[in-house]
Design a protein around this ligand. Structure first.
Ligand code: UGY
Ligand code: MN
Length: 245
């Protein structure tokens, strides 16, 4: 169904709001039984890719071109590394360092958030390690002392790791305490609830299912609206000098 050309989606030089009505699916090399929605990519100025992978039963991903992080939105995945099988249910996630030989297969239909980024090595030589976990097991930490806004860090934080992925949960009425402007870029997937996102000089209503890309320095603020918490999954590049040193 069309809406006479109307959509909440918006592309500006420093941000993208991509709502599900504008998603277009594509196959990608090496994968079978999977359709992809490519949200963020170098083609629109991002230094990483973020995709939603929609698996049919038995669908498999192709080899990773870079580091790979995946988060199960719906269904079940089997991630196999060095002959070991890891079963990921909803809210399960995996981080696979660049060059890790592995396979990813769905058991039943599944939807997965997929983030891939070329690795920038640690100047001190520390090496990242594979991580398998579940968001539910991670500690819920109040942001800047605000217990109505909680952050769960999914990636380990240490010199070896050059990006972070967190979930952020806002009780109704909770908001970021400041407009952020920072060098890191973001890929963000709304998981639950909704609210108002300020991006650059625009304010957007957003809800579960929406994707947002924020370029480095994009002014950003969020306030949760409605009667249930708002929750999003958020990527940022992390712990690397802007000059690449
Ligand atoms: O980690 C962050 O920069 C986060 N507070 N940004 C955001 O939620 N837009
Ligand atoms: Mn931010």
């Amino acid at each position: 169904m069309h809406h006479l050309g109307a959509t909440r989606s918006s592309l500006k030089p420093d941000h993208l709001l991509q709502t599900p009505d504008t998603f277009v699916r594509t196959p990608l090399p090496g994968a079978s039984g999977v359709e992809f929605v490519v949200h963020a990519s170098p083609r629109m100025g991002a230094a990483f890719t973020q995709l939603t992978a929609e698996f049919s039963d038995g669908g498999v991903l192709g080899p990773a071109p870079a580091q790979r992080f995946l988060f199960v939105l719906q269904g079940e995945l089997i991630v196999e590394v060095s002959g070991q099988r890891h079963r990921l249910a909803e809210d399960g996630f995996a981080y696979l360092p660049q060059g890790t030989a592995h396979t990813v297969r769905a058991e039943g239909a599944a939807r997965v958030a997929l983030i891939e980024k070329a690795y920038v090595p640690d100047a001190g030589g520390e090496q990242p390690e594979m991580v398998i976990g579940s968001e539910r097991d991670k500690p819920d930490v109040p942001l800047m002392g605000d217990s109505a806004l909680r952050v769960r860090a999914l990636m380990p934080d240490g010199p070896a790791y050059d990006f972070a992925v967190n979930t952020m949960t806002y009780d109704p009425g909770a908001a970021l305490s400041m407009v952020e402007i920072h060098v890191m870029e973001h890929g963000l997937l709304m998981l639950e609830g909704g609210g108002i996102y300020r991006l650059g000089d625009s304010w957007y209503p957003v809800e579960a299912g929406d994707f947002i890309w924020m370029a480095p320095y994009c002014p950003q603020w969020f306030g949760a609206l409605g009667k249930r918490p708002a929750k999003y999954l958020i990527y940022k590049d992390w712990r690397r000098h802007p000059l690449g040193a």
